[in-house]
Design a protein around this ligand. Structure first.
Ligand code: SF4
Length: 460
């Protein structure tokens, strides 16, 4: 048989996207070819997200379509991995997918070649993979930016969250493996690395003997940041998502090292102490504000983002106003605000009532959204007249419009010879656009900001 085709569908967060890159490595090493057309696929693998009910509903909807493909082509193999199988302790979800051949948590990914080989031995070149799925590295593709998972799972058990169930307890990668992966990325031309973990700054190296003897930090996460700062070629480093509980002084100090971006994403979830307590977040509003004050004292120009949940069980209007008040104090540059959605299996689902109406949740979401847009616009205005350092990620050529084609020749030629627009992120994780040629893609350049909107800075 000619080489089989696989089609990979990814839902959810950056961690899932990074896991899907490992799946690509595995399939390509098995001898499969990738296809964007699910009609020509021999195997469809869906990498699922469970964070909200709507994310799981999308998988159920997709499965109805995939089941029709299997009716037409009984040889088609279908797999489901990611968060849904991870949290399916009782097998209830599995029963809802009768057409699925493989239903497995991501940690079992290295078993997939063997399972496929049992059904179609002629499809599989190699079943020789490490038992640890994190040792299956994404393939080098000459990319300038990469996500590197340093930790999976979580021990915090926030009462609303499925992650400790879907991904298990916190497990940290050896520092030697992480540094090896980043050295390879740098050798392949990567200049920006984002470290991923559910509570990334609680990182504890299982092999601390591999930290350099000259490393000045005792805190393992700070020490890891220092080690990555020593890797030639890596110009920008950041991480997501830290837990406020583990925001040590040493970590903040390591954020002042040269490669660290001028941005911190730190989830607060609520500005009210009673809500934080019921969420089991393990810090108070005051402690969170102290961390922000300490970070700003060390890095005064840093941009800060957060995650917030509105309409958590029992959240009163006054408690929500506490979140609005905290937002005004911190003046976040961005918030990923979620409307609370109960998840089966979590402590909040068992212990609390989802008693804030949909309309009220939506209203609270709108209040924070409007506040975010107002504050980020004010924050961004402060960049006008200043230089920001931008990693150019893409280039858009000048548009040839009908209007342009009707212009006098000399004006038309002048406009058409414009270099186009370069687009990338500043060290504050602000999108920046400026006129420039495509040869700048992948380079880090200084841009003088001349115009600031909510979600873009423009300059030259
Ligand atoms: S820290 Fe809380 S919200 Fe974050 S992954 Fe762990 S349990 Fe979920």
């Amino acid at each position: 048989m000619s080489q089989p085709y696989y089609h990979l569908i990814t839902f959810g967060c950056q961690m899932n996207k990074s896991d899907s890159e490992r799946m690509d490595t595995l399939f390509l090493r098995m001898g499969f070819l990738s296809t964007d057309d699910r009609n020509e696929a021999d195997l469809i693998l869906i990498n699922t997200c469970s964070v909200r009910q709507s994310a799981e509903d999308r998988v159920f909807g997709l499965m109805r379509q995939v089941a029709l493909l299997k009716e037409k082509n009984p040889n088609l193999l279908i797999g489901i991995t990611g968060c849904m199988p991870g949290r399916d302790r009782t097998g209830v979800l599995r029963k809802k997918f009768p057409h699925v051949d493989f239903f497995f948590p991501i940690s079992d990914l290295p078993q997939l070649p063997r399972w496929i080989g049992e059904l179609h031995p002629e499809w599989v070149n190699s079943t020789d993979f490490s038992d640890d799925y994190l040792k299956i590295h994404p393939l080098p593709q000459g990319r300038k930016q990469a996500f590197v998972t340093i930790q999976t799972g979580c021990n915090k058990f926030c009462t609303y969250c499925v992650v400790p169930f879907s991904r298990g307890f916190e497990k940290n990668r050896p520092v030697q493996d992480i540094l090896h992966e980043i050295h390879s990325l740098a050798a392949d031309g990567c200049v920006e690395v984002t470290l991923l973990g559910q509570t990334v700054n609680s990182y504890r190296a299982p092999d601390p003997e591999h930290f350099s003897s000259t490393n000045p930090y005792q805190d393992h996460f700070a020490a890891l940041l220092w080690e990555i700062n020593q890797i030639s070629g890596i110009l920008r480093l950041h991480f997501t998502a830290p837990h406020p509980l583990h925001m040590s002084d040493e970590t903040v100090d390591a954020m002042t090292l040269p490669t660290h971006v001028n941005f911190l994403h730190i989830p607060v979830q609520s500005g009210d102490n009673e809500v934080l307590r019921r969420m089991n977040r393990r810090y108070t509003r005051e402690q969170f504000m102290e961390i922000i004050a300490y970070v700003r004292a060390k890095i005064p120009t840093i941009a800060i983002g957060t995650d917030i949940i509105v309409g958590f069980c029992g959240e009163t209007e006054e408690q929500f106003e506490q979140t609005v008040d905290l937002y005004r104090h911190v003046r976040f540059d961005i918030s990923y605000t979620a409307i609370y959605s109960p998840r089966t299996g979590t402590a909040a689902y068992r212990a609390f009532k989802d008693d804030v109406s949909r309309e009220e949740k939506r209203r609270r979401w709108n209040v924070l959204q409007e506040l975010m847009e107002q504050i980020v616009l004010e924050n961004n205005q402060a960049y006008i007249g200043k230089k920001v350092s931008v990693l150019v990620e893409r280039h858009e050529p000048s548009k040839i419009t009908d209007e342009l084609l009707t212009m006098p020749g000399n004006i038309r030629e002048k406009l058409m010879s414009q270099p186009g627009t370069c687009i990338g992120n500043s060290r504050e994780m602000k999108m920046v656009q400026f006129p420039g040629g495509k040869e700048l893609v992948g380079k880090v350049v200084d841009v003088l900001v001349e115009e600031a909107k909510e979600w873009v800075l423009r300059g030259r």
